[in-house]
Write a protein that binds this ligand. Structure first.
Ligand code: TYD
Ligand code: MG
Length: 453
């Protein structure tokens, strides 16, 4: 019998070592190196080739390569399509990560049930009955969706060969195991091996594969970082389990932009696509409250109206507190310093709390002006007019700076019925006859005069 071969793997980054050591050289983490049993026969193909007739690839001149766009598979889910960059690319491997209970299985099952192609949904986590129960809540009518409960990759590939599906979904990569590796499911070497087999399968048959991956407490996809390097697309499904909204974003995408955002609402009958997110992100109130301001931001190509809330109060203890949720805390401090210097506000002895509602985080600089307006409003305890909105960056000397694609923001604000949008004087705007008033300002002092009576 062959001697059992073991190797040491860092559980954080997947680096391989011949012997144990306390700290990983690659990621510098301590106590993450663990011994795992590996045993690899010569062939670890997804399908051991019987007659190896496939020719090795040859170099081709770049202009000889066929560049006709490969038709993407339409998932019939507008949000999912958008995040992927227009549908699923044949032969691609997509990894969907997210916290437990956020709705990864629901999302992919729902997509499988909508797809007009032959889909194989492989689950290592739930029984066929459980999946059927879930499917009945979503959409029980689908002729071309097959469910398989199996965790051994070799058996999965056997079923795939018989069924020949157009798309394969794996829930989840951490439950799979391959015969070629002896360590337990979910270990680094298993996850790596199973993914390699699936990549081979996807590339050789041009069948797209979507993997569900668990994430660890600190938000990384459990298992090696290399998993993220191996796949073509990494999607992250996030949100607060106590909120109904879920956000799908691409962390890495070989076939499209990573700026797009998909928004869903969790309902009793599955996830509903939210095609007009601005409406849900702005809370509807009867009373006007101080400290609220609306920013016209952009996420990818899509305009998004976001509500910013600020609370300014007298600091009880010596050092005033500054805290920001969904917004960069350093940027908040900078904006406070600008307000202090340019608008004469004595914020040094005040606590300032800032919150972006809806549980999303924004890094569009165009939100600056809304942040400043919300702080001013809370400081004066005077509500802004509810139909005001803002889109501009604030510079260090208190100047109001232009932002990109301002016209798109103005049109979105107009569509949602805002009466006035505050933008920088230096933005070039060629819009004519808009129903919304475009208020051009150049310095922070102008803003103070206009919004505080
Ligand atoms: P699930 O999709 O199993 O999450 P994950 O695979 O990411 O661990 O769980 C989704 C949660 O959503 C679960 O707590 C129940 C709830 N849910 C609904 O509210 N409506 C539904 O239609 C379904 C199927 C689930
Ligand atoms: Mg699940």
């Amino acid at each position: 019998m062959a001697k059992v071969k073991t190797t040491f793997f860092c559980q954080n980054c997947g680096t391989q070592y011949a012997k144990w050591q306390g700290q990983c050289n690659a990621c510098k983490e301590w106590n993450t190196i663990v011994e795992e049993v590996v045993q690899k026969p010569e062939k670890s193909d997804w399908k051991t080739p019987t007659n190896n007739t496939k020719r090795a690839s040859k170099p081709l001149r770049i202009n000889e390569i066929d560049s006709t766009k490969e038709a993407r598979l339409d998932t019939l889910d507008a949000e999912f399509n958008r995040v992927l960059g227009g549908g699923i690319v044949p032969g691609s491997l997509t990894l969907l990560g997210g916290e437990p209970g956020i709705g990864k299985s629901t999302l992919l099952l729902q997509i499988s049930l909508k797809l007009p192609y032959k889909t194989l949904y492989v689950s290592g986590e739930e029984s066929q009955k459980q999946i059927k129960m879930r499917a009945e809540r979503i959409n029980p009518e689908n002729e071309s969706c097959y469910i398989l409960t199996e965790t051994k990759t070799q058996n999965i590939f056997k079923q795939i060969e018989a069924l020949e599906p157009n798309i394969v979904i794996i829930d989840s990569i951490q439950t799979l195991h391959s015969d070629y590796i002896e360590s337990s499911s979910g270990s680094i070497s298993q996850v790596k091996e199973c993914t390699t087999e699936l990549i081979k399968f996807a590339k050789e048959t041009n069948t797209p594969v979507i993997l569900i991956g668990h994430i660890t407490k600190d938000g990384n996809i459990a298992g090696p970082k290399i998993l993220e390097h191996m796949v073509d697309t990494v999607l992250q499904f996030e949100g607060d389990r106590n909120h109904v909204f879920r956000i799908l974003r691409a962390q890495k995408n070989r076939f499209g932009s990573t700026h797009e955002l998909g928004i869903y609402e969790m309902q009793g009958s599955g996830l509903r696509e939210v095609s007009n997110p601005s409406e849900i992100l702005i809370s509807k109130k009867d009373d006007e409250l101080s400290g609220n301001a609306i920013a016209a931001t952009l996420e990818g190509m899509r305009p998004l109206m976001i509500e910013v809330q600020a609370l300014v109060s007298t600091a009880v203890y010596g050092t005033p507190q500054r805290s920001a949720t969904g917004f960069n805390a350093k940027r908040l401090n900078m904006l406070l310093a600008v307000l202090e210097k340019r608008a004469g506000f004595r914020l040094g002895a005040k606590d300032v709390f800032l919150n972006i509602t809806g549980g999303i985080s924004v890094d569009d600089p165009a939100i600056d002006l809304a942040v400043v307006a919300a702080i001013l409003s809370s400081n004066e305890d005077e509500a802004l007019q509810a139909n005001f909105c803002f889109a501009a960056e604030v510079g260090l000397s208190g100047e109001i700076r232009p932002v990109q694609r301002v016209e798109q923001r103005i049109l979105e604000a107009e569509k949602l019925g805002f009466s006035t949008i505050f933008v920088s004087k230096y933005n070039k705007i060629s819009l004519k006859n808009t129903a919304i008033k475009i208020q051009l300002i150049s310095k922070i002092e102008d803003l103070v005069d206009l919004i505080i009576t």
